[in-house]
Design a protein around this ligand. Structure first.
Ligand code: TXA
Ligand code: MG
Length: 333
């Protein structure tokens, strides 16, 4: 398995026109290039190149039944890959470019490798709102599949340093465009006939999606399976975003030796004895909290406390995405 993954040190280039040109040459040759989006760093490869997609699954250690998001520069490019019903068209025009992924029926002959969509008849499409991602997609002119640029099951990367720590030596290039502004992955909505379904809470809040549609979305009710089973809905592996330390959620009292992931200004009892404290947002701002989430999980994980105690986070707006990621990080594995 290792033999087919790059083992040279991975260059990190700061995002400028030369770096973009290097990225394009690399993608055209079937290489694996990490680049920033407004949500998290993605690990991109040519969506139409089946061998490249296979190497991407290998580099991430990702089960190949878990399909990838195809990234394109605009709605016109998206319409060449998938079929948009009225709801999908409305959501795309309201939120693209931006942190929303739409799952729609895949157009036959769209050119995206079967492996990228794991043999499904649907395809996940996203138009990212980040200058580096946009520059890459416009210059490459073909769809780029890009899962989050972390080893499968790890916390998603919000800086180039996170990508290097997880995937250095396994991928061909990292484009450093600074920390990603939103910090949690895109919301995923399936528009495949019937009521649109929110498959993953993310960078666009459910409330905003429902306001745009003028009605409620269906939510995934399926029980979240463990990491070893085939997921009922792809991507809903229970143990995802997993740090090494255990997580204890909704904490009102910190136990001795725990690290504390705080939210808001009123710290819980016992906070003074915590091995380390990081506050997602002292002002209780959910946007700031989302941007800090993965970096703070990584940092607290690195301080080797047995448990990270996490204060409650309100389940509204971006809080729903934060709580979803925390629940997955806390799931038994
Ligand atoms: O913000 C994001 O969406 C980031 C950046 C890099 O764009 N990407 C990302 O990709 O989070 P990934 O691969 O880590 O998560 C994609 C999710 C997976 O849970 C996958 O199962 C789901 O999208 N997915 C992909 N295609 C699907 C499909 N046809 N039907 C249902 N779910 C799908
Ligand atoms: Mg991911």
């Amino acid at each position: 398995m290792e033999g087919t993954v790059a083992t040279r040190p991975t260059p990190v280039l700061s995002a400028d026109p030369d770096a973009i040109a290097t990225a394009i040459r690399c993608l055209a040759a079937g290489g694996l290039v990490a680049f920033p989006t407004e949500t998290v760093y993605g690990l991109g490869t040519d969506a139409t190149n089946g061998d490249a997609v296979a190497r991407l699954y290998l580099a991430k250690g990702r089960p190949s039944f878990n399909p990838l998001i195809a990234h394109i520069a605009d709605l016109a490019a998206a319409r060449r890959l998938g079929q948009f019903d009225a709801a999908a068209a409305r959501l795309a025009s309201a939120f693209w470019p931006g942190p929303l992924t739409l799952v729609v029926p895949r157009l036959p002959g769209c050119g995206v490798a079967e492996l990228a969509t794991a043999g499904l008849e649907t395809i996940a499409l996203r138009v990212p709102d980040h200058p580096v991602a946009q520059a890459v997609l416009v210059a490459f002119g073909r769809p780029v599949v890009a899962p989050s640029a972390n080893r499968s099951g790890h916390v998603s990367p919000t800086t180039a340093a996170h990508v290097l720590a997880d995937l250095g030596g396994r991928i061909d290039l990292i484009i450093d465009g600074g920390p990603t502004p939103i910090g949690v992955e895109s919301a995923i909505v399936a528009c495949v006939g019937g009521t649109p379904q929110l498959l993953r809470p993310g960078g666009v809040a459910r409330e905003e999606i429902e306001r745009t549609l003028g009605h409620a979305v269906a939510r995934t009710q399926a029980p979240i399976p463990s990491g070893d089973e085939a997921p009922l809905a792809p991507g809903l592996l229970a143990s995802h975003y997993a740090p090494h330390s255990a997580l204890r959620l909704g904490v009102k009292r910190v136990r001795p030796g725990e690290a504390l992931l705080a939210f808001g200004s009123a710290l819980p009892e016992g906070a003074g004895t915590a091995a380390a404290v990081l506050n997602l947002s002292e002002d209780g701002n959910l946007i700031e909290a989302a941007a800090n989430l993965f970096a703070y999980l990584r940092a607290l994980d690195a301080c080797d406390a047995k448990t990270i105690a996490v204060m409650p986070v309100p389940d509204e707006g971006l809080g729903a995405a934060i709580n979803d990621r925390l629940k997955r990080a806390a799931a038994p594995r």
